[in-house]
Write a protein that binds this ligand. Structure first.
Ligand code: IMP
Ligand code: MG
Length: 186
C-alpha cells in the first residue's frame, strides 16, 4: 500500500493540528447551537470522527451516500442519493462534512437538496479542496487544506476502495491507478 504513494502531502501531525483548529473555530461559531454533522459516505468518515471530537458543542451524527449517474454525466452534476439521512433536518443546524471538493458538483447537489428540507442553517466543512478543478461554486465555510491538482488517497480517501486507512494524505503514483480499475478521474 505504502509503495503506491509518490509523496506524503499532509502528514498525520498536520492533520491533527488543523483539525484541532477547525474544531475550535466551529465550536466558537456555533457557540449557542447544537450541530447536526452530515457526513458524506464513505470518504468523510475518518475526518468526521476526528473533527467531531475536536468540537466542544453537542453534535449529532448522520450520514448520506451519493453516487453519480456515470462517467458521462458527472459533468452535468446529476447525482443520486443511495443512502439518505435518518434524521429530520427541519430547523436543525447542519454541518456537511466532506473529504474533498474537486469539481464541486457532488456538494452543490447535496447542498441544494438539503437546503430544500428547511434546515435552520447549512454550512460546509471539507478536509481538502482542489480549487483548480472547480466547475461550480460551492459555499465552503471551513477548508482544511487547499491542494494542487493531484489524485490523493488516505485518511478516508480511496482509489477503488483502497488506501482509506492510511493515516496521512498522499499522492498516488500514476502507475498505481493505471494498473488498477479505470477511474473517472483523468
Ligand atoms: P466532485 O463532485 O468532483 O467535487 O467530487 C467529489 C468526490 O470525488 C469526492 O467526494 C471524492 O469521493 C472524489 N474525489 C475527487 N478527487 C479525489 C482525489 O484526489 N482522491 C480521491 N477521491 C477524489
Ligand atoms: Mg467522497
Amino acid at each position: 500500500m505504502v509503495d503506491d504513494i509518490k509523496e506524503v502531502l499532509v502528514t498525520s501531525e498536520a492533520l491533527a493540528a488543523r483539525i484541532r483548529e477547525l474544531g475550535e473555530k466551529i465550536s466558537a461559531d456555533y457557540a449557542d447551537k447544537d450541530i447536526l454533522m452530515v457526513g458524506v459516505l464513505r470518504g468523510a468518515v475518518i475526518f468526521m470522527a476526528d473533527l467531531a471530537r475536536a468540537i466542544s458543542r453537542p453534535v449529532a451524527l448522520d450520514f448520506i451516500a451519493v453516487s453519480s449517474y456515470g462517467a458521462s454525466t458527472t459533468s452535468s452534476g446529476v447525482v443520486r442519493i443511495i443512502k439518505d439521512l435518518d434524521e429530520d433536518i427541519a430547523g436543525r443546524h447542519l454541518l456537511i462534512v466532506e473529504d474533498i471538493i474537486d469539481s464541486g458538483l457532488t456538494l452543490k447537489y447535496l447542498y441544494d437538496n438539503l437546503l430544500s428540507r428547511n434546515p435552520a442553517s447549512v454550512r460546509i466543512c471539507t478536509l481538502l479542496s482542489k480549487p483548480s478543478r472547480r466547475k461550480v461554486d460551492v459555499p465552503v465555510d471551513y477548508n482544511g487544506f487547499t491542494i494542487p491538482d493531484d489524485f490523493v488517497v488516505g485518511y478516508g480517501l480511496d482509489f477503488a476502495e483502497k488506501y482509506r486507512n492510511l493515516p496521512y494524505v498522499g499522492v498516488l503514483k500514476p502507475e498505481a491507478y493505471k494498473s488498477q480499475a479505470a477511474h473517472r478521474y483523468e
